[in-house]
Design a protein around this ligand. Structure first.
Ligand SMILES: Cc1cc2nc3c(=O)[nH]c(=O)nc-3n(C[C@H](O)[C@H](O)[C@H](O)COP(=O)(O)O)c2cc1C
Length: 175
């Protein structure tokens, strides 16, 4: 499986997480300048960034817009920030609009906990490459399946009660 790790980082937090993910997967971590979007050709792309003034960095936005659909199997997002997940939301929106699959789960490391989140970043990387089962396209597949099953069970229960009521009514009418 061809995996690439690409990030945009101004002060090094996202870079630190990208390095953990890449090291766990045995691949290099590239900045967006080192790995032009047009050159991407991989099964899984780990893409990371951070919000600045509550916005996705212009550089990373342009990068995501330039990723060629059809050349990237799916994208797994990661971010560092004070509190905000804006980078994830914005990147997911751009990529899904382009028809690129994005994993439902992303990795988040708060800026004050970069060091302590490193082992979790490695575990996340392992899980999302080796157990690639949470692919989404704007939809949580598991949640949809659970909802569909719940609706089916509820429908069957209502149908059963209705049939029982009708049969009961007929029985009493005959008598
Ligand atoms: C100018 C500036 C603006 C920031 N704005 C936000 C913000 O709006 N929301 C947030 O959660 N974090 C914000 N942060 C925190 C960064 O997102 C956080 O430190 C992040 O880890 C930086 O990633 P980097 O080191 O990879 O550049 C801001 C940081 C800076 C320097």
């Amino acid at each position: 499986m061809n995996v690439k790790v690409v990030y945009y980082s101004q002060s090094g937090n996202t870079e630190a997480i990208a390095n953990e993910i890449a090291s766990e997967l045995g691949v290099p971590a590239y900045t967006i300048d080192e790995m032009p979007a047009a050159a991407l050709d991989c099964d899984v792309l780990f893409l990371g960034g951070a919000p600045y003034l509550n916005a996705l960095a212009k550089e990373l936005r342009e990068y995501a817009n330039a990723i060629p659909a059809g050349k990237v199997g799916r994208v797994v997002l990661f971010t560092t920030s004070g509190v905000s997940r804006r980078t994830i939301l914005a990147l997911r929106k751009i990529l899904l609009r382009k028809g690129i699959l994005v994993d439902c789960k992303h990795f988040f490391a708060p800026e004050f906990a970069i060091e302590s989140r490193k082992p979790a970043a490695r575990a996340f990387a392992r899980k999302h490459v080796k157990e690639a089962n949470s692919i989404c396209c704007g939809t949580d597949v598991k949640a949809v399946a659970v909802t569909a099953i719940s609706i089916a069970v509820a429908t069957a229960a209502v149908a059963g009660v209705t049939v029982a009521a009708v049969c009961g009514a007929r029985h009493f009418k005959k008598r």
